[in-house]
Design a protein around this ligand. Structure first.
Ligand code: SF4
Ligand code: SF4
Length: 239
Protein backbone atom coordinates (compact mmCIF):
# COMPACT_ATOMS: atom_id res chain seq x y z
CA UNK A 1 0.00 0.00 0.00
CA UNK A 2 1.43 3.39 -0.94
CA UNK A 3 0.97 6.31 1.45
CA UNK A 4 -2.23 8.33 1.02
CA UNK A 5 -3.73 5.77 -1.30
CA UNK A 6 -7.51 5.34 -1.11
CA UNK A 7 -8.91 2.77 1.25
CA UNK A 8 -9.44 -0.53 -0.63
CA UNK A 9 -13.19 -0.51 -0.17
CA UNK A 10 -14.20 -3.21 -2.61
CA UNK A 11 -13.94 -6.24 -0.30
CA UNK A 12 -15.72 -4.37 2.48
CA UNK A 13 -18.55 -3.31 0.20
CA UNK A 14 -18.89 -6.82 -1.19
CA UNK A 15 -19.30 -8.09 2.37
CA UNK A 16 -22.05 -5.57 3.10
CA UNK A 17 -20.00 -2.81 4.77
CA UNK A 18 -20.72 -0.51 1.87
CA UNK A 19 -20.15 2.79 3.66
CA UNK A 20 -16.62 3.75 4.69
CA UNK A 21 -15.05 6.96 5.92
CA UNK A 22 -11.40 7.53 6.85
CA UNK A 23 -10.44 10.14 9.44
CA UNK A 24 -6.93 11.21 10.36
CA UNK A 25 -6.85 11.00 14.14
CA UNK A 26 -5.02 14.33 14.31
CA UNK A 27 -7.95 16.04 12.60
CA UNK A 28 -10.67 14.73 14.92
CA UNK A 29 -12.17 16.88 17.69
CA UNK A 30 -10.65 16.19 21.09
CA UNK A 31 -14.00 15.12 22.56
CA UNK A 32 -14.11 12.27 20.07
CA UNK A 33 -10.52 11.09 20.50
CA UNK A 34 -11.13 11.12 24.25
CA UNK A 35 -13.64 8.28 23.79
CA UNK A 36 -11.25 6.02 21.88
CA UNK A 37 -8.94 4.88 24.68
CA UNK A 38 -5.23 4.79 23.94
CA UNK A 39 -4.47 5.78 20.39
CA UNK A 40 -0.70 5.32 20.61
CA UNK A 41 0.62 3.77 17.44
CA UNK A 42 -2.53 4.51 15.43
CA UNK A 43 -2.88 7.25 12.82
CA UNK A 44 -6.42 6.87 11.54
CA UNK A 45 -9.99 6.08 12.50
CA UNK A 46 -12.04 4.12 9.97
CA UNK A 47 -15.83 4.41 10.22
CA UNK A 48 -17.69 1.52 8.60
CA UNK A 49 -21.39 1.31 8.02
CA UNK A 50 -24.00 -0.44 6.00
CA UNK A 51 -26.68 1.02 3.78
CA UNK A 52 -29.75 -0.89 2.67
CA UNK A 53 -30.27 -4.64 2.62
CA UNK A 54 -26.89 -5.95 1.47
CA UNK A 55 -25.32 -6.51 4.90
CA UNK A 56 -28.31 -8.44 6.23
CA UNK A 57 -28.22 -10.69 3.15
CA UNK A 58 -24.52 -11.34 3.77
CA UNK A 59 -25.12 -12.08 7.45
CA UNK A 60 -27.87 -14.55 6.60
CA UNK A 61 -25.66 -16.24 4.01
CA UNK A 62 -22.82 -16.51 6.52
CA UNK A 63 -25.25 -17.97 9.10
CA UNK A 64 -23.26 -16.42 11.88
CA UNK A 65 -23.90 -17.59 15.40
CA UNK A 66 -23.38 -15.66 18.60
CA UNK A 67 -24.92 -13.02 20.82
CA UNK A 68 -25.30 -10.44 18.04
CA UNK A 69 -24.82 -12.05 14.65
CA UNK A 70 -24.30 -8.73 12.87
CA UNK A 71 -21.59 -7.57 15.27
CA UNK A 72 -19.85 -10.94 15.11
CA UNK A 73 -20.04 -10.96 11.33
CA UNK A 74 -18.68 -7.41 11.00
CA UNK A 75 -15.75 -8.16 13.32
CA UNK A 76 -14.87 -11.13 11.10
CA UNK A 77 -15.11 -9.00 7.96
CA UNK A 78 -12.77 -6.39 9.46
CA UNK A 79 -10.29 -9.07 10.56
CA UNK A 80 -10.37 -10.76 7.16
CA UNK A 81 -9.98 -7.41 5.41
CA UNK A 82 -6.89 -6.45 7.39
CA UNK A 83 -5.42 -9.91 6.91
CA UNK A 84 -5.97 -9.93 3.14
CA UNK A 85 -5.52 -6.26 2.21
CA UNK A 86 -3.30 -4.85 4.96
CA UNK A 87 -1.01 -7.59 6.23
CA UNK A 88 1.29 -6.33 8.96
CA UNK A 89 -0.89 -3.35 9.86
CA UNK A 90 -2.25 -2.95 13.37
CA UNK A 91 -5.85 -2.19 14.20
CA UNK A 92 -8.24 -2.14 17.13
CA UNK A 93 -12.03 -2.18 16.94
CA UNK A 94 -13.42 0.49 19.29
CA UNK A 95 -17.05 0.04 18.24
CA UNK A 96 -18.81 -2.23 19.01
CA UNK A 97 -17.34 -2.01 22.47
CA UNK A 98 -17.11 0.24 25.46
CA UNK A 99 -16.83 3.01 26.40
CA UNK A 100 -19.36 4.30 23.85
CA UNK A 101 -18.06 6.09 20.76
CA UNK A 102 -20.18 9.08 19.60
CA UNK A 103 -21.42 7.49 16.39
CA UNK A 104 -23.80 10.24 15.31
CA UNK A 105 -21.07 12.83 15.85
CA UNK A 106 -18.75 10.80 13.62
CA UNK A 107 -21.59 10.36 11.14
CA UNK A 108 -22.13 14.12 11.05
CA UNK A 109 -18.43 14.70 10.37
CA UNK A 110 -18.58 12.06 7.63
CA UNK A 111 -21.63 13.71 6.04
CA UNK A 112 -23.80 10.65 6.69
CA UNK A 113 -26.00 11.96 9.48
CA UNK A 114 -28.82 14.47 9.51
CA UNK A 115 -31.32 14.31 12.37
CA UNK A 116 -34.90 13.20 11.78
CA UNK A 117 -37.91 14.12 13.90
CA UNK A 118 -37.83 10.55 15.28
CA UNK A 119 -34.16 10.78 16.22
CA UNK A 120 -32.70 8.36 13.68
CA UNK A 121 -30.17 9.65 11.19
CA UNK A 122 -31.08 10.26 7.56
CA UNK A 123 -29.26 11.13 4.38
CA UNK A 124 -30.48 11.81 0.85
CA UNK A 125 -29.31 8.52 -0.66
CA UNK A 126 -30.08 5.84 1.92
CA UNK A 127 -32.84 7.60 3.83
CA UNK A 128 -32.75 6.27 7.39
CA UNK A 129 -31.83 2.78 6.17
CA UNK A 130 -28.22 2.70 7.21
CA UNK A 131 -26.32 2.07 10.42
CA UNK A 132 -22.88 2.33 11.93
CA UNK A 133 -21.32 -1.12 12.11
CA UNK A 134 -17.69 -0.66 13.17
CA UNK A 135 -15.22 2.03 14.22
CA UNK A 136 -11.62 0.95 13.85
CA UNK A 137 -8.35 2.51 14.96
CA UNK A 138 -5.62 1.68 12.45
CA UNK A 139 -1.97 2.46 11.78
CA UNK A 140 -2.83 3.09 8.15
CA UNK A 141 -2.05 6.11 5.99
CA UNK A 142 -5.00 6.18 3.62
CA UNK A 143 -6.14 9.35 1.97
CA UNK A 144 -8.69 10.81 4.43
CA UNK A 145 -12.27 10.96 3.17
CA UNK A 146 -14.02 14.28 2.70
CA UNK A 147 -17.44 14.89 4.18
CA UNK A 148 -18.80 15.39 0.70
CA UNK A 149 -17.22 12.21 -0.70
CA UNK A 150 -20.17 10.51 -2.35
CA UNK A 151 -20.66 7.80 -4.85
CA UNK A 152 -21.51 9.13 -8.31
CA UNK A 153 -25.18 8.26 -7.94
CA UNK A 154 -25.35 10.36 -4.78
CA UNK A 155 -23.75 13.47 -6.23
CA UNK A 156 -26.87 15.16 -7.66
CA UNK A 157 -28.62 14.90 -4.33
CA UNK A 158 -26.13 16.98 -2.43
CA UNK A 159 -25.53 16.77 1.29
CA UNK A 160 -28.39 18.66 2.89
CA UNK A 161 -31.01 17.12 5.14
CA UNK A 162 -33.97 15.61 3.28
CA UNK A 163 -36.20 16.78 6.11
CA UNK A 164 -35.58 20.42 5.24
CA UNK A 165 -37.71 20.23 2.12
CA UNK A 166 -40.26 17.69 3.33
CA UNK A 167 -43.60 19.47 3.51
CA UNK A 168 -45.90 16.48 4.02
CA UNK A 169 -43.86 14.98 6.87
CA UNK A 170 -45.61 11.60 6.84
CA UNK A 171 -43.43 10.39 9.70
CA UNK A 172 -45.35 12.68 12.07
CA UNK A 173 -48.77 11.28 11.30
CA UNK A 174 -47.56 7.67 11.15
CA UNK A 175 -46.42 7.61 14.77
CA UNK A 176 -49.19 6.02 16.86
CA UNK A 177 -47.72 7.49 20.04
CA UNK A 178 -47.78 11.07 18.72
CA UNK A 179 -44.19 11.26 19.92
CA UNK A 180 -43.38 14.10 17.52
CA UNK A 181 -46.35 16.33 18.23
CA UNK A 182 -44.51 18.52 20.72
CA UNK A 183 -41.59 20.87 20.36
CA UNK A 184 -39.13 17.97 20.49
CA UNK A 185 -39.22 14.20 20.24
CA UNK A 186 -41.00 12.70 23.26
CA UNK A 187 -38.91 9.61 23.89
CA UNK A 188 -41.02 8.66 26.89
CA UNK A 189 -44.14 8.44 24.71
CA UNK A 190 -42.34 6.24 22.21
CA UNK A 191 -41.00 3.93 24.92
CA UNK A 192 -44.38 3.64 26.69
CA UNK A 193 -46.09 2.80 23.43
CA UNK A 194 -43.50 0.27 22.32
CA UNK A 195 -43.88 -1.63 25.61
CA UNK A 196 -47.62 -2.05 25.22
CA UNK A 197 -48.86 -5.55 24.42
CA UNK A 198 -50.94 -4.17 21.55
CA UNK A 199 -48.15 -1.98 20.19
CA UNK A 200 -47.68 -1.77 16.43
CA UNK A 201 -44.04 -0.80 17.03
CA UNK A 202 -42.78 -3.96 18.70
CA UNK A 203 -40.79 -4.92 15.63
CA UNK A 204 -40.70 -1.68 13.66
CA UNK A 205 -40.97 2.08 13.76
CA UNK A 206 -43.99 3.16 11.74
CA UNK A 207 -42.65 6.72 11.45
CA UNK A 208 -39.41 5.47 9.93
CA UNK A 209 -41.22 3.19 7.52
CA UNK A 210 -43.49 6.06 6.43
CA UNK A 211 -40.57 8.25 5.33
CA UNK A 212 -40.31 8.15 1.54
CA UNK A 213 -36.60 9.01 1.38
CA UNK A 214 -34.48 6.04 0.31
CA UNK A 215 -37.50 3.76 0.53
CA UNK A 216 -35.95 1.39 -2.01
CA UNK A 217 -33.33 0.61 0.64
CA UNK A 218 -35.87 -0.13 3.39
CA UNK A 219 -34.98 -3.20 5.46
CA UNK A 220 -37.08 -6.30 4.93
CA UNK A 221 -39.29 -7.63 7.72
CA UNK A 222 -36.65 -9.98 9.15
CA UNK A 223 -34.05 -7.23 9.38
CA UNK A 224 -36.55 -4.85 10.96
CA UNK A 225 -37.62 -7.53 13.42
CA UNK A 226 -34.00 -8.17 14.38
CA UNK A 227 -33.14 -4.50 14.89
CA UNK A 228 -36.26 -3.54 16.79
CA UNK A 229 -36.32 -6.68 18.94
CA UNK A 230 -32.90 -5.70 20.25
CA UNK A 231 -33.95 -2.12 20.98
CA UNK A 232 -37.16 -3.25 22.70
CA UNK A 233 -35.24 -5.75 24.83
CA UNK A 234 -32.90 -2.93 25.87
CA UNK A 235 -35.90 -0.73 26.73
CA UNK A 236 -37.46 -3.46 28.85
CA UNK A 237 -34.19 -4.05 30.72
CA UNK A 238 -33.67 -0.36 31.44
CA UNK A 239 -37.21 0.94 32.03
S1 SF4 B 1 -40.94 11.91 6.35
FE1 SF4 B 1 -40.02 13.91 5.84
S2 SF4 B 1 -39.66 14.93 7.86
FE2 SF4 B 1 -40.02 12.74 8.25
S3 SF4 B 1 -37.94 11.83 8.30
FE3 SF4 B 1 -38.70 11.59 6.20
S4 SF4 B 1 -37.93 13.42 5.11
FE4 SF4 B 1 -37.76 13.84 7.31
S1 SF4 C 1 -41.17 3.38 17.29
FE1 SF4 C 1 -43.40 3.78 17.02
S2 SF4 C 1 -43.91 5.06 18.77
FE2 SF4 C 1 -41.70 5.19 18.54
S3 SF4 C 1 -41.30 6.97 17.18
FE3 SF4 C 1 -41.44 5.13 15.87
S4 SF4 C 1 -43.57 5.13 15.23
FE4 SF4 C 1 -43.48 6.43 17.03
Amino acid sequence: MSERSPLPAGPLAAAGLNRQHVFDLAALPAEITATLGTTAGFRQLILLGHGGKRLWECVQAAAGAGGDPIDDYCARVVADWFSAELPGHRYRIVYPGSPPVPLQQLGTLAGWHHPTPFMVGIDPEWGSWYAYRAVVLADTGFCPSRADDRAPQEAPLGGSSPCTGCQARPCFTACPAAAMDGASFALEKCIAYRKRDDSKCIHTCLARVACPVGSEHRYDDDQLRHAYSISLQTIREMC
